[in-house]
Ligand binder design. Structure first.
Ligand SMILES: [Zn+2]
Length: 93
């Protein structure tokens, strides 16, 4: 068995274990079932960890079409500070 790497244009890289010589030029993506092309890489070299690969893919996609967000991810909007009675006497702009 050998590990072959494929890359889906939508979901990024994934690996498939197949007998030697049975990897095609393309296969089905396990997530979206679209066509994923085979990625040629040097054998027996350390592979990019899945999480890092996903982050790199996301960064590459973001360079072409940035994701639109309305707030900083992972943070909740700040709660309004409780009004102090003295604030009512401040001059209005
Ligand atoms: Zn896919």
């Amino acid at each position: 068995m050998a590990t072959y790497e494929y890359r889906c244009p939508r979901d990024g890289a994934f690996e498939v274990r197949l007998p030697l010589g049975e990897a095609g030029a393309a296969t089905r993506c396990p997530d979206c079932h679209g066509t994923a092309d085979r990625v040629w890489s040097a054998p027996s070299l350390a592979r990019t960890p899945r999480a890092l690969g996903a982050a790199l893919d996301r960064a590459a996609r973001s360079a072409e079409t940035p994701e639109v967000v309305s707030r900083v991810p992972g943070r909740r909007p700040a709660a309004a500070a409780p009004a102090h009675p003295a604030h009512a006497r401040l001059p209005r702009l």
